[in-house]
Design a protein around this ligand. Structure first.
Ligand code: 5GP
Ligand code: ZN
Length: 133
């Protein structure tokens, strides 16, 4: 995909700090890491978001491999895996990717959610489940 920064990294047109590559997937360091070892796991096929990612189950093992490697390398106390879809969700690069973000006690990463009590759970669950094939 033209003008996609991650496609350019995949094609080797722009440099990256690659940590893993196989036939379908590449993983490289985030250029603006939120913590030491912050790595992006990216399918080589250009899809914009999770809604286009059916059948890309081959990405799971690399996510686990990279997570294990980051843990062995830097011994974080925890790891967040996150994947943003749409600008409102914080997606900046429109080529789907997973963040492997090591977490260290006292780091200054803030992930805040305002949680409420679940209301109309039956109705909400039904609305979703009836849309699943
Ligand atoms: P998003 O906000 O889309 O979930 O995450 C995009 C991530 O890509 C950001 O964390 C950003 O730092 C990273 N990023 C943006 N441009 C580049 C780049 O050219 N090279 C690398 N390695 N990471 C990038
Ligand atoms: Zn792309």
């Amino acid at each position: 995909m033209e003008d996609c920064i991650f496609c350019k990294i995949i094609e080797g047109e722009i440099p990256s700090h690659k940590v893993y590559e196989d036939e379908n997937v590449i993983a490289f360091l985030d250029t603006n890491p939120t913590s030491k070892g912050h790595t992006l796991v990216v399918p080589k096929e250009h899809v914009e978001n999770i809604h286009e990612a059916s059948g890309m189950d081959y990405i799971w093992d690399p996510i686990v491999k990279v997570s294990n490697a980051v843990k062995d390398a830097f011994n974080p106390e925890g790891i967040n895996i996150n994947q943003n879809n749409g600008e409102v969700a914080g997606q900046e690069v429109m080529h789907m990717h997973f963040h492997v973000t090591p977490r260290y006690t006292g780091d200054e990463i803030e992930i805040e959610y305002n949680r409420e009590e679940l209301e109309n759970g039956d109705e909400v669950a039904e609305k979703i489940s009836e849309k699943i094939d």
